[in-house]
Structures are given as C-alpha cells and as structure tokens.
Ligand binder design. Structure first.
Ligand code: UDP
Length: 254
C-alpha cells in the first residue's frame, strides 16, 4: 500500500515512476475503473478558485504530485515525494508495459495530427504496442457520443486524455460512466512532446525543477500568466498555510 501525502486538501500518492507504471498496468487488469490525475501548481491555483474542479480532483482514485512547486510544498510539511510522477515521464514506462502485456492505449487530445504522430513514434519504439484509438482534442460537443463509442468499440484499456487543465479532468469525470475503460488519465501536453511538435526541456533542466521555465521561454505569450503570476500565487498560498501552522495544507472551503 503506497503512502499518500495530504496537500491542499488532496491526497497525493507517493509512488516512484516505475511503481506508478506497474500500478496503472495492474489497474488495467484489476477489473475496476480507475481515474488517475496529476496535480501541479497550476492545478492547485485553478482548484483554489473552482470548487467543481477541486471536487473532481478529489474524486480521482489516484493523484500524483507533478513539479517542483508540489515538492517544495511537501517539504514544508517535512515530507518528500520519492519521484516527480508526471504523465510525460510516465508515458514511455506505460508504453513499455503496454507492449509487453497487451494493454491497448487510446489517445484523445491535442491539435489534429499530433496524437497520431505521437502514437506512430511510440509504436516504432515499442514493438507490439497497440494504440487502436487516436482522436484530436478539438471536437464539437455533438461529436462526443461518437467519440465515446469509438473508444469503447476499440477496446481501449488505458485512455490518455490531453485537453489541458482543467478541461481534461472535467471531461473524464463527466463521461467516466459511459467509458468502458479500466484506466483513464489526464495528461496535459504529453502528445505535443511525443509527436516532436514541442521540444521538451533537457533532462538536466527537468532535474533542476526548471521545466516550467523552459516551457515559458518556448511559449511566453500563452504561459506567462500561468507560470509567472501563477507560481507566485501558488507559493503565497503554500506559505500562508504554513505560517498559519497547518501541517496538512488545506483550502478554506474544506
Ligand atoms: N487541447 C486540446 N483541446 C482543447 C484545449 C487544449 O486538445 O480544447 C490540448 C492542447 O492542444 C495541448 C494540451 O491540450 O496539446 C494541453 O496543453 P498544455 O500545455 O496547456 O498542458 P499542460 O501544461 O497542462 O501539460
């Protein structure tokens, strides 16, 4: 049984990357339906303002802490996560296990053509990998029933939804009952990276916890508010709660 770390009213699971991949693969064969999401500083900022999104995160079966902000906040409570478990680093581990264990992956999200490129890249690296469902993330509301049906007909075991935060988590929550998929995960910009459309930060920048800064340099207009203003807001939130002496950092609404 993995340790969970309570932060901002959310229970975050302390898995290593390989434990997380094994956990997801076990869930696929476990007979239940799991929803797994990743929580970073941006998610916490949105959850602080949007109670519905916060409730959706809390309803997830498993949440992983993603990014330097979550790690620093955990350290304020004298806890440290063993790994930075985010969708982008987890994806190759999942593809390796999926190819070995006949787990069928579905990709939903990103701009037209991007998820297909990511699927082709991964299939060329992992022999036997099956990705029977691929769909971009710019669909009309009246196409959703058809998309859900295609996912179910394709027999997807693991659905990765890349519609951005909070759209992807809300989408999974809203349609979870209609999806006959053992595991669904919200994965952010993952397909952009694995398609080669967006360059990922070099490993040393990621290790230093500065991937956000690299992304900011690549897309300053879109990400300036999220990272510059957002990071300050996030750290302020964490510090205020720490000064108030709350060991378990919680939102007031709880
Ligand atoms: N996206 C999408 N449909 C939408 C909005 C966004 O498919 O309606 C995709 C977008 O093309 C990108 C991903 O969602 O591939 C989210 O990217 P972002 O950089 O915001 O993700 P994060 O920083 O949360 O990982």
């Amino acid at each position: 049984m993995a340790t969970t770390v309570p932060l901002f009213g959310l229970n975050l699971t302390d898995h290593t990357l390989s434990e997380a991949a094994e956990y997801v693969a076990a869930c696929v064969r476990g007979g239940g339906e799991q929803t797994i999401n990743f929580v970073n500083a941006h998610c916490v900022n949105i959850a602080a303002k949007d109670k519905n999104y916060f409730a959706v995160l809390r309803a997830s079966n498993v949440l992983y802490a993603d990014g330097i902000g979550m790690r620093l906040t955990a350290r304020m409570t004298s806890v440290s996560f063993r790994d930075n478990v985010n969708g982008t680093d987890l994806f190759p581990c999942l593809c390796r296990l999926a190819a070995q264990r006949n787990i069928r992956i579905g990709l939903l999200g990103a701009e037209p053509g991007v998820a297909r490129l990511a699927a082709d890249n991964m299939k060329s690296q992992y022999n036997g990998l099956s990705i029977p469902f691929v769909q971009d993330g710019y669909f009309a509301e009246n196409n959703i029933d058809g998309i859900l049906e295609s996912i179910n007909v394709a027999g997807v075991d693991l659905l990765l939804v890349a519609l951005g935060v909070p759209k992807q988590e809300l989408f999974i929550h809203r349609f979870r009952q209609q999806l006959n998929v053992p595991v669904a995960m919200g994965v952010g910009a993952l397909f952009d990276f694995y398609s080669g459309r967006v360059c990922r930060a070099p490993a040393w920048i990621r290790r230093a916890g500065m991937e956000w800064f690299f992304r900011l340099l690549l897309e300053p207009q879109r990400l300036a508010s999220r990272y510059l203003f957002g990071n300050v807001m996030f750290l302020g939130r964490a510090l205020v709660r720490r000064i108030q002496g709350r060991h378990v950092l919680q939102f007031k609404s709880l």
